[in-house]
Design a protein. Structure first.
Length: 276
């Protein structure tokens, strides 16, 4: 149990931080909703920017010892679970939450950084270690040491064989599909996956029509084209499945994919929220 300081000596933000840590600790101890503490953290620090990108107030999160402790407690709880015994939807939500929580911790532990790619993996024998933090083993689940790449590319993509995996995991970048401001849950997984796919496909960083008439698409679709049908026709079919009316009209003919792009800038809030 985390001792509470006198309320008059704490800011409202600090009181909320302690409350979140208490929620996480109590939930794990009493068998209540184990996602409650992390859910509260996401609601507190992830906000929807006017440009349509969900951003994280890393500075404020890092400044709260209670909320850093709550994130660590959640990760400890996650890694003690047995995803191999979970039904498909529960397992998919589990791995998505683990990936995103680990990514948040990686960034918070090294913040401030301009991009997640500024954080390297501690594996000098691996040439890909210098591209970012994804190659370093960071958690142990059911006795197996795992990196972020292992979670996404060795477990999630081959196991679930669902292109919407790419809308679950968030790599802390502007170019990535949004980090939800709540946890992934089995009960709402299908609806949330479709909503996440729709939001990204219809945002300019997902798919945009160029003046030339060609499409500029997220590099995610090119990097992992095999997950979207294996060719440009498969990509366009995927886009049409989630396109809202404006994009659907642009996709009505036979558009070609002209280029791809990705913004690796950190998905941080533009300004630190004022302290309360």
């Amino acid at each position: 149990m985390i001792p509470l300081a006198p309320v008059h000596s704490l800011s409202r933000r600090a009181v909320l931080g302690v409350a979140i840590a208490l929620i996480a600790t109590t939930a794990m101890a009493q068998g209540a909703d184990p996602e409650a503490g992390y859910d509260a953290l996401l609601q507190k620090y992830v906000s929807v920017d006017p440009d349509g990108i969900n951003r994280v107030d890393y500075a404020a999160w890092l400044a709260s010892n209670a909320d850093m402790a709550a994130l660590n407690a959640y990760l400890a709880d996650l890694t003690a679970r047995r995803p191999s015994a979970m039904p498909r939807a529960e397992a998919m939500a589990y791995w998505g939450n683990l990936y995103n929580a680990v990514t948040l911790k990686v960034v918070l532990d090294r913040y401030p950084v301009a991009s997640i790619r500024d954080i390297k993996s501690d594996s000098w024998l691996d040439p890909k270690a210098y591209t970012g933090p994804w190659r370093q083993q960071r958690v142990t689940v059911e006795g197996r040491r795992l990196s972020l790449d292992d979670i996404e590319h060795v477990i999630m993509r081959p196991t679930f064989k669902d292109p919407r995996v790419h809308y679950i995991v968030n790599c802390a970048s502007n170019g990535c599909p949004n980090l939800m401001n709540r946890v992934w849950r089995a009960a709402t997984l299908e609806a949330d996956l479709d909503a996440a796919a729709r939001a990204f496909v219809n945002h300019p960083r997902g798919v945009a029509m160029l003046p030339s008439g060609g499409l500029r698409v997220s590099s995610i679709y090119k990097w992992f084209i095999e997950d979207f049908g294996g060719d440009d026709a498969g990509l366009i079919a995927h886009f049409r499945s989630y396109a809202e009316p404006a994009l659907a009209r642009q996709l009505a003919g036979s558009p070609r994919i002209a280029e791809d792009d990705y913004d690796w800038a950190l998905n941080r809030t533009a300004t630190t929220r004022p302290r309360s």
